[in-house]
Design a binder for this molecule. Structure first.
Ligand SMILES: [Zn+2]
Length: 348
């Protein structure tokens, strides 16, 4: 089969011909139809230790059709259209069994890093990672739903706890995950300020329902957020960039009782800049602020996300698609911060 293969940490992916993967007793082989391409892939495959061996086929936002299942599999069958949860978890520890599987005690790593992923014509995955795609949801939508849409569903509902009337700041609002967070925050009843640093991204934030935008090129995000909320600040700030500067700006943007939710990831090993940020504990105490880390979603939340697509309450914003062999072109556009919303590979 054709696959885009990574041969070194942070290197380019290149087209190679490799064997179709074998099915595991509790696994499924999926014919890949579409795979999302986002900064997560670019960042994580360059962050030492996450890719467990080379050569490796990246790609974790996968949708396709089951072609073969192992003898122990009960939840899917050949012919099913499926989307794939990208954390390799044990399904048996207390976190997994309480719907917090992203904290799995026996975490096996990430699909596309600890195991071959979706930049290929076929992928072999644990069957319990698969969710059936509802009728009316396309493969392309389902692929990006698995992270770019699902991640904000958890972050907005469970961590930011956005409710009707809440003022919400989203930093990195025009990116692949942020643009969907704008929509989810609106669905939760929030009034959304979307911050980004490019005209086309800020336009897309408005196009998907953002109430107002903040242009990060025009000075401090916090000052602008305070100005746009009559000095009161926001009830929740979700940071999809998560540099020291944006995180400190988020803290300064919060109203009393406000929640900062960290979703972005800028490891120092990749960005050559320390993301550690400073927080005044006295301010935290006086304003009763909260800081949350938000890590992907549960399998149940992935199902919810697919249902939100089916009922048209969410819209997948995929502005660029590429054939499999052009994955590296997509990666370079992401490194250049030149993709509005999500990009994806249309595989077969
Ligand atoms: Zn577990």
């Amino acid at each position: 089969m054709r696959a885009m293969v990574l041969r070194e940490s942070g290197g380019a992916v290149r087209l190679e011909s490799v064997p179709v993967p074998a099915v595991a007793p509790d696994g499924a082989v999926v014919r890949v139809r579409a795979t999302g391409v986002g900064l997560t892939v670019v960042i994580m495959t360059a962050n030492p230790g996450l890719v467990t061996s080379f050569p490796r086929i990246p790609g974790h936002e996968i949708a396709g059709e089951v072609v073969e299942v192992g003898p122990l599999v009960r939840n899917v069958k050949p012919g099913d259209r499926v989307a794939c949860h990208f954390y390799l978890t044990c399904h048996a520890c207390s976190y997994c069994r309480s719907g917090r599987e992203t904290l799995c005690r026996n975490f096996g790593g990430y699909l596309g890093m600890a195991a071959d992923g979706g930049y290929a014509e076929f992928v072999s995955v644990p069957a319990l990672n698969l969710c059936k795609i509802p009728e009316g949801v396309s493969d392309l939508e389902a692929a990006v739903a698995t992270d770019a849409l699902a991640t904000p569903v958890h972050a907005c509902r469970e961590e930011a706890r956005i409710g009707p009337g809440d003022r919400v700041l989203i930093v990195g609002a025009g990116g692949g995950v942020g643009i969907h967070a704008v929509q989810v925050a609106k669905l939760c009843g929030g009034s959304v300020l979307g911050a980004d640093v490019a005209d086309d991204k800020l336009e897309m934030v408005k196009a998907v329902g953002g109430d107002a935008v903040i242009d990060g090129r025009r000075g401090d995000i916090a000052q602008q957020a305070l100005a746009q909320t009559s000095g009161q600040g926001v009830d929740a700030a979700l940071d999809f960039v998560a540099s020291a500067e944006t995180l400190e700006a988020c803290i300064r943007s919060l109203a009393p009782g406000g929640r900062l939710v960290i979703v972005g990831n800028r490891p120092q090993a990749v960005f050559k800049k320390d993301p550690t940020f400073r927080v005044d504990p006295g301010l935290m105490l006086r304003k009763m602020l909260e800081i949350h880390g938000s890590r992907y979603v549960s399998l149940a939340e992935l199902e919810t996300t697919l249902e939100l697509l089916r009922t048209k309450r969410l819209r997948a914003v995929v502005t660029r698609t590429f054939p499999l062999e052009e994955a590296e072109t997509a990666h370079q556009l992401l490194r250049d911060n030149a993709v509005v919303g999500r990009a994806a590979l249309v595989v077969s």
